[in-house]
Write a protein that binds this ligand. Sequence first.
Ligand code: ADP
Ligand code: MG
Ligand code: MG
Length: 211
Amino acid sequence: MFELRKEDYMKYLYEVAVRIHEKEEYITELDAETGDGDHWLNLDTGFQKLTEKLEEWTACSYAEFYRNIGMTMMSAMGGSSGVLYGSAYLKTSKLLEGKDVITPELLGDILEGWASAIAHRGNTKPGFKTMLDAIYPASKRYGQAIEAGKDCKTCLGELKRGAQEGAENTKNMEAVRGRASYREDKSVGHLDPGAVTMAIQLECLAEFIIE
Ligand code: ADP
Ligand code: MG
Ligand code: MG
């Protein structure tokens, strides 16, 4: 059993910002191979902006906090990522209405909400070689583990492995959405940068909660 309070979520966001910041070369290269090369810059700008703003949000409710994250991602992150992450946080802010903590079950609903917001906003499906290919299997495997009554560590392990394996699987996919689909080879043989950075965030979340 775990409880993720707003203060904890803030620490998690700091940790993600650090992990993304460290991977400039790797993430830029992935997007240069399949897209326009700005994916790291978009994410880093968004997460740096978030870390600057966190202090202003200490007094607001969890739902308001999630809305603020979503709005900041929309405006500061830019690119497809900004819109998609913005939609994910804005949509799931509703699940936090009246809540002070994220429980294991609520986390399952949030992850599912992220996946469905991204699928809807991006008009995309699993297998189209996008960030959805990391969040979707992660959310599904976590949800199944929760449903089966597994202990939290096992559930979070499923979340992490679902995200990692999902991102790895994008390598062999043909891109149907995003810039990777504009290329003649549909970017087959390359990882999708958005799936990789989604996996970095979900891995970080699972590890943060386990510790
Ligand atoms: P841009 O493509 O506008 O330069 P980014 O480089 O920040 O934006 O993000 C690229 C990532 O966004 C892709 O690797 C992919 O994971 C994701 N993406 C792009 N289009 C879509 C879409 N329609 N649905 C879901 N994810 C998408
Ligand atoms: Mg790009
Ligand atoms: Mg771009």
